[in-house]
Ligand binder design. Structure first.
Ligand code: NDP
Length: 331
């Protein structure tokens, strides 16, 4: 087949920014893979909060219409001319750029996919690669969590939050988590949160202060953003690390440098993409995630599964805080 021959698949497309209703189920021509590319038939697609940001325009898509989605597992159905190292039939996973996983099949750069070990279920792999590599870089590289540290994880029952709590617990930290409901609190406890705060009912700053005898925590992993950012700074101990890695509640207000001075705080705003730049970084991060699943260190909670054609419902549910753990779309 040449790169000009059509290949029609069903996919979700966004023609204009907006609410979940702008996610349209359409026929799309994805064509054949060019040099360096493969085509993958997706078995399971991971939903991530970042998909909501692109749909709403919090992050900007490079062109319209676009197919959202940054995480999937599937089987290789075609390889580009001259490509070696990948074969039709290989089971592969991918996480990150380029967007386009909300589709029955998609074209991907061959160097962006990783093999899925036979010990890991494909649906689990699709629901954990992006979130797990995020937990990996946050806990092991952005700030290094060590035994004896006390850490604060917001949205502790979410997709990334569940993995952060489990992994930080195994690293020997005392884990404080925030959640919005009692059900989510029970899940966070099971995931190794030593203390869970219902931040919808309690003042989390006062509670962290109490739990740490006024000392504060070494690091805050804050993906909630607008609603928690200021309080998170107040929870930090002297020379603590503020890791602001998302904005589920909205973009935080600008922070004057002077806000960091009273406690000589560190502030970083990391993204996974800058932590898996090289092929080696990608293989190492993915390898560590899959090894932790195989050994039972990480338990992946696939709490919600939707048909891909109903992605709009999945978006509505994650945005209204109805979901916990990982959300998967099945073509
Ligand atoms: P989650 O499953 O964590 O869903 C978001 C959660 O945020 C909700 O369940 C809810 O938990 C909490 N939340 C608090 N306030 C709001 C609000 N106003 N609206 C909606 N949710 C709210 O999603 P993901 O695991 O996919 O992602 C978690 C976060 O991590 C996101 O902000 C995402 O952008 C970020 N992220 C960043 C990456 C990076 O590289 N920087 C990579 C991956 C994820 P509760 O009900 O308990 O409050």
């Amino acid at each position: 087949a040449s790169s000009s021959s059509p290949k029609m698949v069903k996919a979700i497309r966004v023609h204009e920014l907006g609410g979940p209703e702008v996610l349209k189920w359409e026929d799309v021509d994805i064509g054949e893979p060019n040099e360096g590319q493969i085509r993958v038939r997706n078995k399971a697609i991971g939903l991530n909060f970042i998909d909501v940001y692109f749909r709403k325009g919090v992050y900007k898509a490079s062109s319209f219409p676009f197919t959202p989605g940054m995480e999937a597992v599937g089987v290789v159905t075609a390889v580009g001319p001259g490509l070696t190292g990948r074969q039709v039939g290989d089971l592969v996973a991918y996480a990150g750029q380029p967007m386009g996983s909300y589709a029955e099949e998609q074209i991907l750069p061959a160097n962006k996919v990783v093999p899925v070990p036979s010990s890991v279920d494909p649906v689990v792999a699709a629901s954990v690669l992006l979130k797990g590599m995020t937990a990996q870089f946050l806990l092991r590289r952005c700030f290094k969590v060590e035994p004896g540290h006390t850490i604060l994880v917001h949205a502790a029952a979410g997709g990334v939050g569940s993995l952060l709590c489990q992994w930080a617990n195994v690293l020997g930290a005392t884990v404080i988590g925030t959640v919005s409901t009692k059900e989510k609190a029970a899940q966070a406890k099971e995931d190794g949160c030593h203390h869970v705060i219902l931040y919808t009912e309690e003042d989390f700053v006062a509670r962290v202060n109490e739990l740490t005898s006024g000392n504060g925590v070494e690091v805050v992993y804050d993906s909630v953003g607008k609603d928690t950012f200021q309080g998170s700074l107040e929870c930090l101990k002297l020379r603590g690390y503020m890791v602001s890695f998302g904005q589920s509640s909205g973009t935080p207000d600008p922070v004057p440098l002077s806000a960091l001075a009273p406690k000589s705080l560190f502030l970083t705003r990391p993204t996974l993409m800058q932590y898996v730049v090289t092929r080696d970084e990608l293989l190492e991060a993915a390898g560590e995630v899959f090894a932790n699943i195989a050994s039972g260190v990480l338990k992946v909670r696939v709490n919600h599964t939707y048909p891909l054609s109903e992605a709009a419902q999945a978006h509505a549910d994650i945005e209204s805080r109805k979901t916990s753990g990982s959300v998967v779309l099945v073509p």
